[in-house]
Design a protein around this ligand. Structure first.
Ligand SMILES: Cc1ncc(COP(=O)(O)O)c(C=O)c1O
Length: 395
């Protein structure tokens, strides 16, 4: 279900503050010495609309992927009215922007103080738990409109991140959790997260099949099945299916496993929704004789994920406002800090004569880029600049 605010996608509000047509236009007028995120609201609207059209249920946004106000406002305008929030500050932020938003406090680990504030100060009525400690903390706040969603895990499979090592009840543990939530009058749902950048629709299939088994054994008709996030994007070194193929599998499996009492479906993507709308424009600081390249942002800045996952984003290279060929051998790329871990896990093919002052633009940087930046070593997090057309649009 989409929120009722009219989504005027032709509204000039989406582009009113856009000063640059694209990266080329920006670099024809400026030679930025600091890294910058180039954000294309038009791209975000397109991604958001197509995911909402393709998903057979409600699309909620995982705020942690990118809590920038401009991103949240564009998502809201595109029809997203539901948000997965992980902390009181995310709750506060979303409530302040959209008082009517549906909020799901889906971090399984929450302090008692945060539960009290979420319920009493911010009217949150949807919570994820994965053990009895978490469920028991919520029991004093349960009312007939409270939704308790039990998160369960299966063995880690085909995802870049293993979330099961930190969160999720086993299927055996999920059954009594659901039964206790039901006994206290809550609306009962299940959820799972197959891990970010999950490459196989079959992983969602296994989780949905197991959800049906858990619900049957708990003798509970599920209110909702939240199939999590984890939908992948096309990094250069990850061959992935289109997200709509994942949605097709989800829809078919739910129809097979819940023939008479299909729960409402919800998904909560972060990466797949917001990665494509933003690139990170960095500048070459230093090139060693050995070919290693130092740029002005790194793993303590917008490229943090590239110290954890060997992803290779699409890139573009620029010199004097002109795009260069990627005709060099793969080289090691370092960030600007004094820490040797400030190094991208993947090597990148730049141009053969890469020089100080050239620009390296990394695409697919809208998720877990600015959200995790630090000011380590005094390097300030990159600012956002709006462009009409982003790196995801081929020129
Ligand atoms: C509970 C929950 N939902 C959704 C997401 C979003 O995942 P992704 O960005 O892989 O879609 C996360 C990511 O950490 C999460 O923890």
């Amino acid at each position: 279900m989409k929120h009722e605010k009219v989504c005027d996608l032709n509204s000039t509000a989406a582009t009113a503050s856009v000063p640059w047509i694209d990266t080329k236009h920006l670099l024809a007028h400026q030679t930025p010495d600091l890294p910058m995120f180039l954000y294309a609201a038009s791209s975000l609207i397109q991604t958001s609309r197509s995911l909402q059209l393709a998903f057979p249920g409600e699309v909620s946004y995982a705020v942690k992927a990118n809590p920038k106000k401009a991103i949240l406002e564009t998502l809201w305008r595109s029809g997203i009215g539901s948000f997965d929030v992980a902390s009181i500050n995310e709750i506060k932020l979303v409530r302040s922007l959209f008082p009517d938003a549906r909020l799901h406090f889906n971090n399984p680990v929450k302090s008692d103080v945060d539960i009290e504030r979420a319920c009493c100060a911010y009217g949150v009525r949807s919570f994820v738990v994965d053990d009895f400690v978490g469920l028991n903390s919520l029991i004093p706040y349960l009312s007939p409109d409270t939704e308790i969603t039990v998160r369960f895990k299966l063995e880690h499979d085909r995802a870049a991140y293993d979330f099961g090592s930190k969160f999720g009840a086993t299927p055996d543990q999920a059954i009594p959790l659901l039964m206790l939530a039901k006994k206290h009058g809550a609306r009962c749902s299940l959820t799972f997260h197959p891990g970010s950048q999950c490459s196989e629709p079959a992983v969602y299939k296994r989780y949905i099949q197991e959800s049906a088994v858990i619900a049957k054994q708990a003798r509970i008709s599920l209110e909702q099945l939240n199939v999590g996030g984890g939908f992948p994007v096309s990094y250069e070194n990850y061959a992935v299916l289109a997200v709509r193929e994942f949605f097709k599998t989800i829809y078919q499996t739910v129809a097979q496993c819940f023939p008479d009492n299909a729960p409402k479906l919800l998904c909560e993507p972060g990466r797949a929704l917001v990665a494509p709308c933003t690139s990170l424009l960095t500048r070459v600081l230093h090139v060693r004789e050995s070919g290693e390249v130092f740029i002005n942002d790194g793993v303590y800045g917008g490229l943090q994920e590239q110290s954890i996952m060997p992803i290779q984003t699409p890139i573009r290279l620029w010199r004097n406002g002109v795009q260069l060929e990627q005709d060099g051998e793969p080289v090691t790329v370092f960030g600007p800090t004094c820490d040797p871990v400030d190094k991208l896990l993947s090597t990148y093919r730049l141009c053969a004569d890469i020089k100080v002052g050239d620009y390296v633009e990394f695409g697919l940087m809208g998720a877990y880029g600015s959200a995790t930046t630090t000011g380590f070593n005094g390097f300030e997090p990159a600012e956002y600049v709006s462009v009409e057309r982003g790196l995801d649009r081929l020129e």
